[in-house]
Design a protein around this ligand. Structure first.
Ligand code: C5P
Length: 408
């Protein structure tokens, strides 16, 4: 399934160099695109003899680049940006010339400058004639690259374009894709392939047809968590109330405005989920009576009677199967830690994430947040103020590592 592909939402840069095997690269682009990757192709000039930039641009849905500048418009292809953009670079086919250039840091084309400015893992899938492959210079260059952390996707044996038989054929696109997929599926990624129920935003409890009791929650933190989970290869059921931002496109999105509606939706979804992350600000009470008409202004005071809402998290946690994980959020204005720890116990959670309201850089309306995680085994993790998507990424990394350890 698409969402479970390790390529989903990954940014892959394919460097194509001059060699007959370049004709197989459109197939590699198709495989990666089908698996949900964003693909950027960068070609050397000699690669264009074997495969057209047009074909690669159409299949990758991005211009296939080979020049620093578009000569007619003066637009600059920023190699540093491309090197930083990529989650992974694969050079296929990697000819003897390009392997030698990488080993010696020669930077005479766009692809070389992208490789030299890359911070992500680099893979090479060499393709060349038998004697070029076995030549001591090529072998020494390969050794240098491996020593520096480049991953070699070994050429395969078979008939070569020259008519010779032996090692030198580029690995088939399917095999290149498999190697990349293995790399992108680290064993420690706890969330890969898991189904996660995330709640976000605030609830609205209607008073009459035009008014409600609500709160300031924007949904930004919950949506940032959903985004990060999708990037980690999880399937996300996203239940949200009132929000000021748009939910991710790739999660299964369910809007539920009242606490009761949120409870019903969550109760339906939770049995099929591995993890619950309850980031929604659920109202604790709702008006006992919902007026059928707009309440008219009359006396100086108006009294509303409120009734307690169900505690969704507590109820779901009480019904959970042994392997289901429950994570809650807390927002306190005094005795923060004590109250967070009490909620962790009372709601029988694996972890509670305490939002800090004392820092002006944290809270509802802003794009930044600061949190502390309190885990069932007593461990605590503080995440300093940062952009909400960064906090979400760090939070999931910490939780993933914590959940991967044997639990007592
Ligand atoms: O008890 P308190 O509202 O502070 O607990 C916060 C946590 O409980 C949050 O994870 C929130 O989403 C959840 N909650 C809930 N149902 C409620 C109130 C809060 O699931 N009625």
């Amino acid at each position: 399934m698409l969402r479970k592909s390790p390529f989903n939402r990954k940014k892959i840069l394919i460097g194509v160099t001059g060699g007959i095997a370049a004709y197989k690269i459109p197939q590699l682009v198709r495989i990666l695109k089908k698996e949900g990757a964003e693909v950027q192709v960068v070609l050397t000039e000699s690669a264009k003899i074997f495969v057209t930039p047009q074909t690669l641009a159409v299949l990758s849905e991005r211009p296939a680049l080979s020049q620093f500048f578009k000569s007619d418009q003066g637009e600059w292809n920023n190699h540093v940006h491309l090197g930083l953009w990529a989650d992974l670079i694969i050079i296929a086919p990697a000819g003897a010339n390009t392997l030698a250039k990488i080993a010696h840091g020669i930077c005479d084309n766009l692809l070389m400058s992208v490789i030299l400015s890359a911070r992500c893992p680099v893979f090479v899938a060499p393709a060349m004639d038998l004697d070029m492959w076995t030549h001591p210079s090529t072998q020494a260059n390969i050794e240098t690259l491996i020593e520096r952390g480049v991953t070699l996707i070994d050429p395969e044996e078979g008939s070569l374009a020259s008519g010779l038989e032996g090692k030198g054929r580029m690995a088939e696109p399917e095999n290149i894709a498999k190697t990349l997929a293995n790399h992108l599926t680290p064993a420690h990624n706890y969330f890969f392939g898991k189904r996660v129920l995330v709640t976000a935003g605030g609830t609205q409890e209607p008073i009459d047809p035009v008014r409600f009791i609500g709160n300031h929650s924007s949904g930004k933190m919950g949506f940032a968590i959903a985004e990060q989970l999708l990037s980690l290869g999880a399937e996300v059921e996203l239940v949200y109330g009132s929000v000021s931002v748009t939910p991710p496109k790739e999660s299964n999105n369910h809007q539920a405005l009242t606490a009761k509606a949120m409870q019903q939706t969550c109760e339906q979804l939770f049995p099929q989920c591995d993890i619950l992350i309850m980031a929604a600000a659920v109202a604790d009470y709702h008006p006992t009576e919902l007026a059928s008409e707009k309440i008219k202004k009359s006396d100086n005071t108006l009294t509303l009677t409120l009734e307690k809402n169900p505690d969704i998290l507590k109820t779901l946690s009480a019904s959970r199967k042994p392997n289901q994980v429950c994570i809650g959020f807390a927002l306190e204005t005094e005795q923060e830690e004590l109250h967070a720890q009490q909620k962790l116990q009372k709601k029988n959670l694996d972890c509670i994430v305490l939002n800090t309201l004392k820092n002006p850089q944290a809270g509802f309306a802003v794009d930044t947040n600061e949190v502390t995680l309190y885990c069932r085994d007593g461990q605590q993790f503080h995440i300093p103020a940062n952009q909400k998507n960064q906090v979400a990424a760090t939070m999931l990394q910490i939780l993933g590592e914590w959940l991967n350890k044997p639990q007592s």
